[in-house]
Design a protein. Structure first.
Length: 254
């Protein structure tokens, strides 16, 4: 099977209130960066659309920690740099901030590049305010901001690239696993995803999420958070290989 061309979105988008303020979310892009690293290490080429301050593949390992032994840090940095350089020519990065930039960049890359897989790990704005030029006065004791629902970009992906293998994400808070899987399944059907990564935050702790791969064939696989990247790569390759074999079999029997 040939190496894949994978598009991964990561981090969070913002919508501007005025020229000074915006509405955003807490996503730091850790999950997207780890998934990108796993795909790069599998031999894939990665197109990484990320917000301005999101984590980037391998970059967090390239900073020296002054609180640790200098010689150990130099050795670690040498190893990390070599690891990055092995994959650097297959990593293409695109920086975005706003919802509109996310929408337009995703559309452009999907239409212009031979993308096989899209992994939509970014936390995209659900609502946006009507942008006002300049700065809204802060002299008032209260300020009301009216938010408008933004279009679901995930629903447009297969309009832009019909045959792409789509991985969606569904993040919920403080729900049991049964509800998490059920809502992720419905989200996957509605959005046309081939696999949905369902994860639930408990008590606001993002480092102890419950993660499942939810398939449109009505089954779910529990995945340890620390293994999310490599396990997702394996699942995507296996599913694409299985689909390819089925299509080949159908052609041979016609």
């Amino acid at each position: 099977m040939k190496p894949l061309e994978v598009l991964i979105t990561s981090g969070g988008t913002i919508t501007k209130i005025d020229d000074i303020r915006h509405i955003g979310n807490f996503s730091g892009g850790s999950t997207g960066a780890r998934i990108a690293e796993a795909f790069l290490e599998s031999g894939a080429s990665v197109h990484y659309i990320h917000s301005k301050h999101a984590k980037r593949p391998f970059r967090s390992q390239l900073a020296l920690d002054p609180n640790k032994n200098l010689e150990d840090e130099i050795m670690r940095l040498h190893t990390a740099t070599n690891r990055y350089l092995v994959h650097a020519n297959r990593l293409h990065e695109y920086v975005i901030q706003t919802f509109a930039q996310y929408h337009d960049t995703l559309e452009r890359v999907l239409k212009s590049e031979p993308i096989d897989v899209v992994v939509l790990a970014a936390a995209v704005s659900d609502y946006g305010a009507r942008h006002q030029k300049g700065k809204i006065s802060s002299s008032q004791d209260k300020m009301t901001i009216e938010l408008e629902k933004l279009p679901k970009v995930i629903g447009k992906v297969k309009e832009w690239k019909l045959d792409v293998y789509q991985v969606g994400f569904k993040l919920l808070a403080d729900v049991d696993d049964y509800e998490l899987i059920g809502r992720a399944y419905e989200h996957g059907l509605k959005s046309g995803s081939d696999l949905t990564v369902a994860n639930s935050v408990r008590d606001g702790n993002f480092n102890k999420r419950h993660v499942y791969f939810v398939m449109p064939q009505r089954f779910a696989i529990s995945v340890p958070l620390v293994e999310l990247g490599p396990r997702l790569v394996r699942a995507v390759y296996d599913n694409i290989r299985s689909t390819t074999n089925e299509k080949s079999y159908e052609k041979s029997t016609q």
